[in-house]
Design a protein. Structure first.
Length: 842
């Protein structure tokens, strides 16, 4: 795509954003809504529209090369990301569920299920690529110091005599069979040679040509028929088309994208250099004129204030804005009145402190009296209202900048999209003006002081000045007298971050995450979620929903400091689900997409390390210090249920799995808004843990289900395609997906790896792959039975979120029954009165 194409894409995204802002921020305040379904529809519509805008802006920011435009796009993009997280939080608080379904709204908004995927901004990693590569290099050097990576010793399995004899028999019989087959093959080859000699001696050239023609034509026709049948099946959608290798156009597009990234770096370097040179030129050329103009304006203000009030004014302090506050479209009289009002307010503050307690008691009495009269007004205000947003002002500001600066700007002459020097000059002129104004303010304060000394020498101003100085000293004393929070004791004050990093790597606490992207976690969208909920059936979440939650709760806040500081604070997440559903894969994908460090504090990883209470505190302090310094960071606790065991099993008592139980809540609480640190726990048996203690640490719980039919079918296709399998009609993937109901992604992956060896892949042209070949390896694994799935559902219903949803559902049913009862009761009264009237008539 060209620069103009991305310009149009930006314009479309900004236009859609402008329409959305008009709907989200109407001129008149909307009334509180009582219909829960209508509220959810409103929130979901906003969410989906922001998602479309987010996708467009992310594509623009990734490819646009104009440095000044990129800053505006980044400003809006971060605001939209934060607003998405806010809307998701609103829907969770409304529905008391982490999972939401929009299948009934996709058609209205002309969207597909693929449009629901939360895009991962590519700049999270790309703009930190140098730092990440340097970190990988340091990690490799530390591991090289440690020596070769320690492999787990393979335990030697004991073997019985019967088993050994059986293996020898199988091997010997196989050897004899191979020899027998080779001998029979030689005999058959000799027979064929003799038969060919006989045929060649009796067959003429005409008959030979006819046989060759017959054989060739039959082969050619069969091949043609097979091709036509395959094309027809692909056209009907009964067979998936063979995915071709990347075409020349696709390769060219990727090459253009990489070139644009390089161009972005070049233009950014030019822009940064221009910021320095243009500012210096503005300071040298325009600085003296700005200084002279400001001095003349301030002197004129001195004279106008003296003529209006009879005395020279007080010069505003730097805290009040200095001379900048003078010329905000105000007359000298207004400025003098403002300064006098500020002084009166300071004097009144002291007097008003003593009256606060009396007024508070009076207010309480008034409130008690007014409660009865305001009850009706309070009832009218009941209902749902949108919570105030921390990101809408940012989005509006970015939209205004685009509208004022870039919407009508014609940069057709700027073919290579270099920076605009005029905009830089305007920006730097304001900066220079601020710097010069600070210098001028100091000069003019001294000049005003001299004027007052000359004119008001006999009016005793010195005493007042002494009082003012005393007031300032008192203020400073008050500020210094404030209580300071106790700082956390630094156990490693004498050590550098590099040494702490090295120690954590050597101890196996800081590990290298696997390179896995979130899109590699395959899973289809649930198309019946809304229908099932309308039928009062709680559907199991789909893998696509899980992927979206990881993006919203983990990737976006960790990747963007702006979103993390202003959005809902998420300190911890628990990934719960059966073994093999991809919990660790999601963890590594979270680290890959954000470039985060991965700290392993699993019970198995801490065995025998940093013993005792003091050792554990030292370890946690070291981990949090490095995690904050090298953020974003992810702290992983595998088998999270073991930390909160109700009763530790005897075989695990030596491992001390509950070491972290007391300190983990403190660690989570210590994560502040400015810390891009996330605690992630993974658990395959969460029902073994103390639920109250577990939920106290992990505020967000994501239940990961086994894959449904659509997800399994997609998984089979992708796993076979990646390994270069030629999909043929003999390989019935639909039946394979149906048969593997209950098996997890891990089971399917192991089956594929065991069947698709290099030898089997080399023979697939001669012998096509069939679905039956995958059944024996799958049979070695136990699937997830309904009892285990029900155990996870029951456990999740006992979590705080599950209890809230159950209470909300019960209240909703009671309200519906109450409405029905009122209607029936009303009808019964009506019929009774009619009966009385009939009796009177008789």
């Amino acid at each position: 795509m060209s620069n103009s194409s991305y310009g149009r894409l930006w314009a479309d995204a900004q236009g859609a954003l402008q329409d959305l802002l008009q709907d989200e921020m109407p001129l008149s305040l909307p009334r509180p809504q009582k219909d829960r379904f209508q509220v959810f529809q409103t929130l979901a519509t906003f969410y989906l529209r922001y998602l479309q805008i987010f996708r467009g802006l992310e594509a623009v920011y990734d490819q646009i090369v104009h440095p000044q435009k990129r800053r505006v796009v980044r400003h809006v993009l971060e605001g939209v990301m934060g607003r998405l997280v806010e809307l998701k939080n609103e829907m969770v608080e409304l529905e008391y569920s982490e999972f939401h379904y929009f299948d009934d709204m996709l058609q209205d908004l002309k969207m597909t299920p693929e449009d629901l995927e939360v895009p991962i901004p590519r700049y999270f990693v790309r703009e930190r690529m140098k730092a990440l590569k340097e970190r990988e290099k340091i990690l490799a050097q530390i591991l090289a110091k440690k020596g070769n990576i320690e492999h787990e010793p393979v335990a030697a399995h004991s073997m019985t005599v019967e088993r050994a004899v059986r293996l020898l028999q199988v091997s010997e019989r196989a050897r004899q069979g191979r020899l027998r087959a080779r001998f029979m093959k030689e005999i058959r080859d000799e027979e064929r040679k003799i038969q060919r000699r006989v045929i060649n001696s009796t067959m003429d050239h005409h008959l030979s040509a006819t046989l060759i023609q017959k054989t060739w034509r039959g082969y050619w026709q069969r091949k043609r028929t097979k091709k036509e049948r395959l094309e027809e099946m692909i056209f009907l959608g009964m067979i998936d088309p063979q995915l071709p290798t990347p075409s020349f156009a696709q390769q060219r597009a990727k090459h253009v994208e990489s070139n644009r990234h390089q161009m972005q770096e070049q233009h950014e370097a030019e822009y940064q250099q221009a910021l320095v040179t243009i500012k210096e030129s503005v300071r040298l050329i325009d600085g003296p004129d700005i200084k002279e103009t400001l001095q003349d304006q301030i002197r004129q203000w001195f004279l106008e204030c003296r003529d209006a009030t009879g005395k020279f004014p007080d010069f505003p302090s730097s805290e009040d804005g200095g001379s900048a506050s003078i010329f905000e479209q105000k007359t000298p009289e207004e400025v003098a009145a403002e300064l006098a009002a500020k002084q009166q307010e300071k004097e009144k503050k002291k007097k008003s402190k003593g009256r606060k307690d009396k007024n508070a008691a009076k207010d309480k009495k008034k409130d008690k009296k007014g409660k009865g009269g305001n009850a009706g007004a309070m009832e009218e205000e009941e209902g749902w209202k949108m919570s105030p947003s921390n990101f809408l002002p940012t989005v509006v500001e970015g939209a205004e900048i685009y509208k004022e600066v870039w919407q009508a700007r014609d940069d057709g002459q700027n073919f290579h999209q270099h920076f605009d020097p005029e905009l830089v000059r305007e920006e730097k002129r304001t900066e220079v003006e601020v710097e010069v104004r600070i210098q001028v303010d100091e000069l003019m304060r001294q000049e005003l002081k001299n004027l007052k000394l000359v004119i008001d020498r006999d009016k005793g101003k010195k005493k007042k000045k002494g009082k003012k100085a005393n007031k300032k000293k008192k203020k400073k004393a008050k500020k210094s007298g404030k209580k300071k929070k106790k700082k956390e004791k630094d156990f490693t004050a004498d050590r550098t971050i590099e040494s702490l990093y090295e120690e954590l790597v050597l101890e196996g606490i800081l590990i290298q995450p696997m390179t896995v992207k979130l899109c590699d976690y395959l899973g289809e969208y649930s198309y019946l979620g809304t229908s099932l909920r309308q039928a009062d059936i709680e559907p199991m979440p789909s893998l696509s929903d899980v992927r979206q939650l990881i993006a919203l709760y983990g990737v976006l806040p960790l990747g963007s400091q702006f979103v993390h500081e202003r959005g809902p604070l998420i300190r911890s997440v628990l990934l719960a689900g059966p073994s093999g559903v991809g919990k660790k894969m999601l963890l590594h994908a979270l680290c890959t997409e954000t470039g985060a460090n991965l700290f392993n504090l699993s019970p198995a990883s801490l065995t025998g390390k940093y013993p005792g209470r003091s050792g554990l505190q030292y370890l946690l302090h070291m981990v949090m210090k490095v995690a904050r310094q090298l953020q974003p960071s992810v702290i992983w606790i595998g088998d999270a249920e073991k930390t909160f065991y109700k009763k530790v099993p005897k075989p695990e008592k030596e491992l001390e799995p509950k070491r972290l139980k007391k300190d983990l809540a403190k660690v989570v609480k210590s994560i502040k808004v400015e810390d891009r640190v996330l605690l992630v726990g993974t658990s395959r048996r969460p029902f073994d843990a103390d639920l109250k203690a577990l939920c106290k640490v992990y505020k967000k719980i994501i239940l990961i289900p086994r894959p449904d039919y659509a997800s399994r079918l997609n998984l089979w296709k992708e796993l076979l395609r990646v390994r270069g399998v030629q999909l043929s009609p003999s390989l019935d993937l639909s039946s394979l997906a149906k048969v593997t109901d209950g098996y997890t992604q891990g089971h399917i992956l192991q089956a594929v790896q065991s069947v698709l060896t290099s030898q089997r892949l080399s023979r697939q042209t001669k012998k096509a792959l069939t679905a039956l070949e995958f059944i024996p390896p799958l049979a070695r694994h136990d699937p997830i039975y309904k009892e285990e799935e029900e155990a996870f559902k029951i456990w999740y219903s006992r979590t705080p979120m599950g209890k809230k949803r159950a209470r909300a559902g019960k209240a909703y049913q009671e309200a519906a029954e109450l409405k029905k009862g009122k209607k029936k009761h009303g009808k019964g009264i009506k019929t009774a009165t009619e009966m009385k009237r009939k009796k009177k008539k008789k």
